[in-house]
Every structure is written in C-alpha cells, then in structure tokens.
Design a protein around this ligand. Structure first.
Ligand code: FRU
Length: 494
C-alpha cells in the first residue's frame, strides 16, 4: 500500500515537472524560436559580439515593467544563434544616467589596458531627468569592461569618454577596429547625421567628420542605432563599406525603419557612392546591428521586431517584443548598383522538420488543418501576379499580394489589432523592381519574416491572432507557376 502511494506521488511529481517544462515559454503569442526576454520590456539589440565560441546578445531592457523605462542591458548567449541562454543583467543605470544602446568589442591588443581580450561595451548614458527638463546635452558615451565573458562588468572610472555639448539626440555608438588606420573607429547617431570618431585606446576619442548623405535626403527624422563595416562584393573582386542607420519616421510603412548606404571609408570620412536603400519594408524591423568578431568574417544582423508607433501597447503581458531571426548579410551588385542580401543564419535548417514537400503545386492551392504556428513556407515562383492568404477558423488572416511590381501585406484582419490605431492602419507595401522568383516565409506565432528573391527583398511584420493560422490559400489570375513547394515545421528552441 505504502509502495503504491509512493509510486503515485512519484508519478504525479513527474507529470507536474513535465507540464511545468511544457509551460515554459508557452504563453499566448510567445515566439517559440525567436529571442524574447524571459519577462518584461525589451527593445534594441546591443553589444552583439562573438567571443570564445559564443554569440552574445545584450539588449535594451527594463526589468520592472512591460513598457519602456530606465534602461539596462539584458544579456543572453548562444553557441548557434537559435538556442539562447539567459544571463543576469549586464549593465545597470547609475548617477550618470540610464544605459542606452551601444556595442561591444573584443580588445585583442589590450589597447584600453583593461586586459588582453577584455570584452568592452561602448554605450550611451542618457540622463532622463535633464532630458525631461528639455536640456540638450543629456546624452554622452561611456565604456565598461568584462573579463568573464560578459557576466560581470566594471564601468570605467573616467566615464564619459565622449561628452555631449549641444545635440539633443547623440547616441548609440558602434565601434570597430580598423586595420587600415591601426585604430578604433566609432560611428554615432547625432540628430539628422552620423558623427565619426577615432581612438587608439577606446578612452580618448577624436572627432573626424559628419556623415550626411549626398544627395541630401530632406525628410529624414532622427537617426538612431548605426553600424559601419566593410564587405566583399559577391560577384566582384572588390570591397565596399556599408553603413546602416535607423530612423524614427519617414520610413516606407510608417514609424521605425532601417536604411543602408553603400560607399567608401578611409577611417575619417564616409562617402556614399549611391542612393540609400531600405533593409526591410515591413513595419517591424528596427535598430538592427551586426555581430562584432563573428567567425569567418561573417556579417550577422539581428533587429528588434517592433515599431515605436505601438511597441508599448502590443497584447502580451509577461514579456514584450522579440528579435528577428539572425540574418547573414551579403553584398552584391547589378546594373543599378550594390545591394544587400539577407539570408537566415546558417543552422536554421537544423531546427526544421519537413512536413510537406512537393515538386509542383496547382493553383489555386488551398490547404486546411496545417500547423502554421511555427513554420517555414518556401517555393519558387514564375509569374507576375499572385495572392497568398494565411487564415484561421475565426476568419482572421494575413493577406499578401504581388501585383504590378508591388508586394503588399494586409494585417487589418489578423486578430487583435485594437491596442493601437496605428497597428492596422494601412497595407504595408514594398516595390519589387524585378521578377519575383522565390518566396521564403517564416511564421512564429506572432511574427512573419518574408524574404523574396533569395533575400534581396525583406518584409517583417508582427500580428496577434486569437488562434494559430491553419489555412493557406494561394491564387493567381495569370497562370503563375509554383514549384519546389515546402512547408517545414520549426522546432521550439526554448
Ligand atoms: C532606438 C532607441 C535608441 C536608444 C534606445 C533607448 O530604438 O531609441 O536610439 O538608445 O532606443 O532605449
């Protein structure tokens, strides 16, 4: 009798712990293979750096609420960019201010004297009290170092390393070692431009130049979160510099958006050699930066998957907002100039399970009872026009359309939309100035990342359905052809 009671107790404890582990990261709308903080508010990725076999992701974090507040740096790491381990908060606000966005580098030559291979964070101090009173010089740049793989940090006693004198928006430093000048460079968003600095030791910085695009872009908004790096051109034996900037307005589909410039850089002055392009045309792709020191010289980017227009109101309670999947950038060229290509970082295929694979599908195509909650849909396309609809049994949907060189996405009926009148205000559109040949669409409960033509065009968007999408319909009124059609389930990585 006693044995049976003990056995029953053991079995019930087993099932309790199992149901508990199944509940982990399983709240409504919780992404299953994207990065989200365990709880509370997150915005920009910060300090993306690869070190001793691990990718480190720091991020703008407010641990006390699910809205923006005094900023800290949260911290997580991963060996494969898809399975993340959470770590304690890395940087806390102090009397100089809250910890705004920035970057991290590895000081291989011990230029700063904190130790060889020290991990050094370069970030903005934002003094909110002064900011609220309308003062202009409330943002300054500072550094901190870690000798234990980003777990504990010491702020430099001589902070700030760059004081602000006049610009109200003066933030989000991004630093890299530049072999060509044998020194560090920093790019910094400053009002409607980027300021460039150089330093031998990360502590003493010399101002070099302002970057404003040529030709001038009249409606530009505030610049935030910048990045500058050199890339090999895929189909040309040449290197070009890429500058990424983020804007709070005048973007293709409203609110936050990411632009890039291609040009030349000599360690002091960046000159764009062609007009800027948008890195993503969706509403939910912001503040993206790339990893420092990634293996094989790869450029891997992560963006924040939200938009300041409504980020603080989205319908989640435990945590708020997610990062995009990591994307590897490539630089290529056609007759019109250079352009970036975004591919999901290597290793994504390892978390896929193939569900449907057909060499051809007939249009119209309609399938029900699919698991589209965590899925990758991909196919090759031949034609000019098509529409694609994901829906559930509550008549909620995401509708896409390709027509006359415009790809559009409508999330007005996608479920919960009334938390902000900006959320479903208009259809998102993207100009596609060439034939669309392939689609890759990744759904993770509450987000969709769409890559067309092998990652040349990108649209990222979030949504909040009341039940998962399970129906897919693809139609064309112009005899379009779809081949290599695949639906893969994507595994939970938490
Ligand atoms: C961009 C941004 C940055 C700033 C941070 C504050 O989303 O506004 O410019 O450093 O967020 O959280």
């Amino acid at each position: 009798m006693r044995f049976i009671t003990l056995l029953l107790l053991f079995l019930s404890l087993q099932s309790f712990s199992q149901s508990n582990s199944n509940d982990y990261y399983n709240e409504t709308h919780r992404p299953q293979f994207h990065f989200t903080p365990e709880s509370k508010w997150m915005n920009d990725p910060n300090g993306l750096v690869y070190y001793k076999g691990k990718y480190h992701l720091f991020y703008q974090y407010y641990p006390k609420d699910i809205v923006w507040g005094p900023m800290h740096w949260g911290h997580a790491s991963s060996t494969d960019l898809f399975h993340w381990e959470h770590h304690p908060i890395a940087l806390y606000p102090d009397k100089l201010g809250n910890i705004f966005s920035g970057c991290a580098v590895i000081d291989k030559k011990n230029t700063a004297g904190f130790g060889k291979d020290a991990m050094i964070a370069i970030f903005t101090y934002h003094n909110d009290d002064l900011w609220k009173k309308g003062y202009r010089n409330t943002e300054s740049q500072a550094i901190a170092y870690s000798l234990d793989e980003g777990l504990t940090w010491t702020k430099y006693s001589g902070n700030p390393v760059i004081k602000n004198s006049s610009e109200r928006d003066f933030r989000d430093p991004n630093v890299f070692w530049n072999d060509e000048i044998n020194a560090w460079n920093m790019v910094l968003a400053s009002g409607d431009r980027v300021k460039i600095f150089a330093s031998d030791n990360l502590k003493d910085w010399k101002y070099k130049s302002d970057f404003k695009p040529n030709p001038d872009i009249s409606k530009i908004g505030t610049w935030e979160c910048v990045d500058l790096f050199k890339m090999n051109v895929k189909t040309e034996n040449k290197e070009k510099w890429v500058m990424i900037v983020n804007h709070d307005k005048y973007t293709p589909n409203g609110g936050s958006g990411t632009r890039y410039f291609i040009g030349d850089f000599d360690g002091e002055v960046f000159t764009n050699t062609q007009s800027s392009k948008w890195l993503d045309y969706g509403t939910d792709f912001y503040a993206g930066i790339t990893f420092y020191n990634a293996p094989e010289n790869k450029r891997i980017l992560i963006s924040w998957m939200s938009n300041w227009l409504y980020a603080q109101k989205t319908p989640t309670k435990v945590w708020r907002s997610a990062m995009t999947l990591p994307r590897e950038l490539e630089l290529d060229k056609n007759d019109e100039g250079y352009f970036l290509i975004q591919k999901l970082a290597q290793g994504f295929d390892k978390i896929l399970d193939t569900k449907i694979s057909k060499s051809k599908i007939k249009l119209p195509y309609s399938a029900k009872k699919l698991n589209l909650s965590q899925a990758e849909i991909s196919f090759n396309f031949e034609g000019k026009q098509m529409s694609l609809v994901f829906s559930n049994n509550k008549n909620e949907s995401i509708k896409m359309n390709l027509k006359n060189g415009v790809f559009s996405l409508d999330r007005s009926q996608s479920g919960i939309t009334n938390f902000s009148d900006k959320f479903a205000e208009s259809t998102q559109t993207m100009l596609v100035d060439e034939k669309i040949t392939d689609f890759q669409i990744i759904l993770d409960r509450a987000s969709m990342e769409i890559l067309l033509n092998n990652g040349k065009y990108s649209m990222t968007t979030i949504f909040f359905p009341n039940e998962p999408f399970s129906n897919l319909k693809i139609e064309s009124n112009e005899n379009a052809k779809i081949t290599n059609f695949k639906i893969n389930n994507v595994q939970k990585t938490w």
